[in-house]
Ligand binder design. Structure first.
Ligand code: GTP
Length: 313
């Protein structure tokens, strides 16, 4: 386990530290609560052993600050054991109230220390597994089941955050709305299953077009999402105008290059998309207005014969 040992007495820290290391733990020392808190913020630990009486910042205050810091992150909880010289009722109650989980006497006998560490190691393993499972679940919850692109819910969450950042920093912001051409006819002709395959292929081409930026710094915050049905959105926070145009061109070309047969696509013969885009040099106002603008241009792209992007005017 990675253990943060917060203890002001050098001699005691050395003794406890080497005992913990002797049965396989990695120990980081901090001489008072303030240093302990700073080290906690900089790295991640499986367990914290916290002295109570210390100069600069005592163990209770450090624990309160650690818990306040963890409260800002989902599922964060590092077990904290107080090291007590005297386990008076008052000390124990204050320790638990401050956010501690348990306490051990500084003079704890070797077998008891080992047993407590074993119990804490079990909790640490469980926490690691939970963190992995949670990350996997939240990734799954953000994806569209059919295409693997981000889903509408995730897009909305991320869009709001990105838009706010762009507005606050006066940065550019762009959107592309993409819609597969004559997709109802595609389904009618080739069947719904083949329609699903087509959606997957188109989604992959869009993701590739977004990822293949010539100027990565201009599209590094970009992401694609399935907006619904056969509609997709590419969000380009902070992108330069050239990058906005380049992504639209690459998406159109990438989907044409798939060369998926679509005999009912108004004489074109393969699957294509129409694109409507909107760009703001300095993000301001409401994101909904950008969507409305992109949607109107998509409508014009459809009206002009499909298989094209309308990005301005
Ligand atoms: N296979 C499949 N089809 C879907 C899915 N979601 C939506 N669709 C179909 O997408 C089609 C969209 O049709 P419309 O909105 O009429 O648009 P369109 O035929 O593409 O015509 P234009 O947009 O004007 O080019 C409908 O037939 C939907 O059933 C899906 O998950 N799988």
């Amino acid at each position: 386990m990675k253990i943060l040992l917060v203890e002001d007495s050098r001699s005691l820290a050395a003794v406890i530290g080497s005992r913990l290391e002797s049965f396989g733990n990695e120990v980081t020392l901090a001489e008072n609560g303030q240093i302990g808190f700073d080290k906690f913020v900089q790295a991640s630990f499986d367990l914290i052993l916290m002295d109570i009486e210390m100069p600069v910042m005592n163990g209770f205050e450090a624990t309160t600050r650690i818990r306040a810091h963890e409260a800002r992150q989902p599922w964060a909880w590092t077990p904290i054991l107080f090291l007590t010289a005297s386990d008076t009722s008052d000390n124990i109650v204050t320790a638990i109230e401050a956010g501690g989980d348990d306490f051990i006497a500084k003079t704890v006998p070797e077998p008891v220390l080992q047993a407590k560490m074993k119990a804490m190691a079990r909790i640490a393993t469980l926490r690691r597994r939970l963190a992995v499972a949670n990350a996997r679940l939240s990734e799954q919850a953000s994806r569209d089941g059919l295409t693997g692109l981000y889903n509408r819910r995730h897009m909305d969450l991320r869009l709001d955050a990105a838009w706010e950042q762009a507005v606050n920093r006066g940065k550019p912001f762009a959107l592309l709305i993409l819609d597969i051409d004559n997709f109802k006819k595609y389904n009618d002709h080739y069947g719904h299953q083949t329609g699903d395959d087509c959606l997957r292929a188109v989604a992959a081409a869009i993701a590739k077009a977004v990822a293949e930026g010539n100027a990565p710094e201009e599209t590094e915050h970009a992401f694609a999402a399935r907006y619904g049905g056969e509609e997709f959105v590419v969000v380009l926070p902070f992108a330069a105008h050239a990058a906005y145009e380049a992504v639209a061109v690459r998406v159109l070309a990438g989907i044409r290059a798939l060369a998926i047969e679509h005999l009912d696509n108004a004489g074109i013969g393969t699957v294509t998309v129409s694109v409507g885009g909107a760009y703001q040099t300095r993000a301001a106002g409401r994101i909904a207005d950008l969507f409305r603008c992109a949607d109107q241009r998509l409508y014009r792209a459809k009206g002009n014969g499909r298989n094209q992007a309308v990005l301005a005017g």
